[in-house]
Design a protein. Sequence first.
Length: 255
Amino acid sequence: MSTVPASLQEASIHAHCKTLRIPTIAAQYSRIADQATRQGHSHVRYLEALLAAEVEERQQRRIAWRLSEAKLPKVKTLDDFDFNASSVSTTQVRSLADGSYLDRAEPVIFLGDTGTGKTHLMTALCVEACRQNKRVRFTTVAALINELVEASHNSQLSRALARWKKWDLIALDEMGYVPLAEVGAEMLFQVIADRAEKAAVIITTNLPFSEWSSVFPNTRLCKALLDRITDRAHILETGTESYRFRRTMERKKKT
């Protein structure tokens, strides 16, 4: 019986892998085979290692895709956050990172002054959700309203609202930074109301809830919105001292 040349075997393996769409196995089968031979692994152990490599690579690609579609302004993690410089509850944030609030469709609200880490923490929770294969979308409140208003002008509001329903988690940054026109406030309410007890939302705000009526033109709508987002919510206060400003001052002292 004639022996098939190694080059033909390799070409055949690559062709099969291409057909089955398993590129990681195509790229690593030879290296893992050499490792299995050196360590005396069985054929089953070798196959297990090959499949594990393929699964791991697919998971990493999936996470990368989730992070890409989340539209995060910058990827920040909890490991990057200086909890020692913040008044936020480390235990509560770490608990949220496990993602159980997503399964229970519970809102998360970060409340604090500018520079206290609200957006960093929200972004970090978005990253954790992406790692858990959740569909995530980040936006500012102003950008969301602008998108919906434009969709309304183009008679596409229903489609735009439907798109926002598909996300497992939406992160709304900068709630209360600028006053809202009534039509924008109504659209924002619709997005949040559509998610109540169905899907999670994270919000950052620099305003105490008692002052939200200053940016919402309709007091009744404001009250209804607060009722939706505070129901079963995790409310984390990040404090009033800007550690971003303090960090800047500390750098100046060193120069």
